[in-house]
Design a protein around this ligand. Structure first.
Ligand SMILES: [Zn+2]
Length: 163
């Protein structure tokens, strides 16, 4: 089921999230399936739980077009970031229409739990690293609105997302 996407200034996007407990409940698994439907319908590359109104510490990474099977990161924690950064244009489903460059560490190491409650560590320096950082930001109450160096598209829409 496709869920409505929470947009700024919705408060849930600025609230702390709760860690996920294992094993996952049936309701939680249902939510994860719905998040998958939602990110596909929105043509996004990632979706964090607060973006569907849930104050939960989890996000979905959806880079299927780049050949990566979709996966969830539960209770993620970025352990390391490189000094080297890259700047790339980003948008966000919670403030649709607004795009601009965001600077982020190029390489990260992230620890997270899988759906089975298994702890995994991932190191990456590709677009995936950027998407993971964007989603982890959502779980720390941060949106690209706080990080945009410039606005390349949608300056006139920004007022809709005033908080
Ligand atoms: Zn976003």
């Amino acid at each position: 089921m496709v869920l409505p996407i929470t947009k700024l200034p919705a408060q849930v996007l600025r609230r702390s999230v709760k860690d996920i407990q294992f094993p996952l409940s049936k309701a939680m698994r249902r939510l994860l399936l719905d998040m998958l439907d939602t990110v596909k319908a929105a043509r996004g590359v990632g979706l964090a739980a607060p973006q569907v109104g849930q104050g939960l510490n989890l996000a979905l990474i959806y880079l299927e077009e780049s050949g990566l099977p979709p996966f969830f990161i539960l209770n993620p924690k970025i352990l390391e970031t490189s000094k080297e950064t890259t700047v790339m244009e980003e948008g966000c489903l919670s403030m649709p229409g607004v795009f601009g460059p965001v600077e982020r560490p190029k390489k990260i190491t992230v620890e997270f739990y899988t759906l089975d409650g298994e702890k995994q560590t991932l190191t990456d320096d590709t677009f995936l690293a950027r998407v993971i950082q964007h989603e982890c930001d959502h779980l720390r109450k941060t949106l690209i609105k706080d990080k945009l160096i410039d606005i390349t598209h949608g300056k006139e829409l920004l007022k809709n997302y005033d908080e």
